[in-house]
Design a protein around this ligand. Structure first.
Ligand code: FNR
Length: 187
């Protein structure tokens, strides 16, 4: 069995983040060929191209972590109908300096949860456009707009709804197939 290293970015910096709970659930439900590790974005300073010649240690560590994975999974909330600023900042760091974009050839996937009826859909569409500009190949389907209700996912990632749990399991299986397909295209 070929294993793939998945780095996952959580778009929320909040301690009680529901997207962090979702990420934990995805890690638990992932098929064995996916080895998932969080790539933290919390300690990144705000990006400016003033740093392009000499990235600060947190940004260097972030770029190195991205280099060490085969694929990148984005688990994000929607803030004010778009991607949270912290996540956009992380993507800007990853995309630079010019010519050293960390997303090239890294198969991406997007998922998010919100208690609101639109379930992070607008943020996810914005993120798709951002990642396209970063040359990140993206899994198109299934899309995953998870409606968070109280108790849906426990703090340690147990999903308390059978249909949601099965959907998330299938989502990760689809991602594993996508990552494998992209790897085969490159070999
Ligand atoms: C929100 N929330 C929200 N929800 C949504 O569905 N669409 C939106 O545009 C927004 N906008 C928004 C802005 C800001 C600044 C905050 C703090 C929140 C509600 C949001 O979905 C809810 O707080 C989730 O708990 C956020 O996910 P995390 O951060 O808990 O993972």
């Amino acid at each position: 069995m070929t294993q793939y290293r998945i780095g996952y970015l959580i778009g929320s910096l909040a301690t009680a983040s529901i997207n962090r709970k979702l990420a934990k659930a995805l890690v638990r439900l992932a098929p064995p060929e996916l080895v998932c590790t969080e790539i933290p974005i919390r300690d990144l300073p705000l990006y400016s191209y003033d740093h392009d010649a000499d990235f600060p240690p947190a940004a260097r560590a972030f770029k190195e972590a991205l280099e060490q994975v085969d694929a990148v999974l984005f688990v994000t909330p929607e803030y004010n109908r778009s991607v949270p600023g912290g996540l956009k900042n992380a993507i800007d760091w990853a995309s630079r300096p010019f010519g050293r974009n960390s997303f090239t050839h890294k198969p991406g996937a997007i998922i998010g949860t919100s208690p609101g009826e639109i379930r992070s859909a607008i943020a996810q569409q914005h993120l798709r456009a951002i990642l396209a500009s970063c040359d990140c190949p993206q899994m198109n389907a299934p899309e995953a707009y998870i409606h968070f209700t109280p108790g849906l996912i426990s703090d340690d990632g147990e999903v308390n709804d059978v249909r949601c749990k099965e959907f998330l399991r299938r989502y990760m299986q689809a991602y594993a197939r996508f990552v494998a397909q992209m790897a085969s295209l490159r070999s």
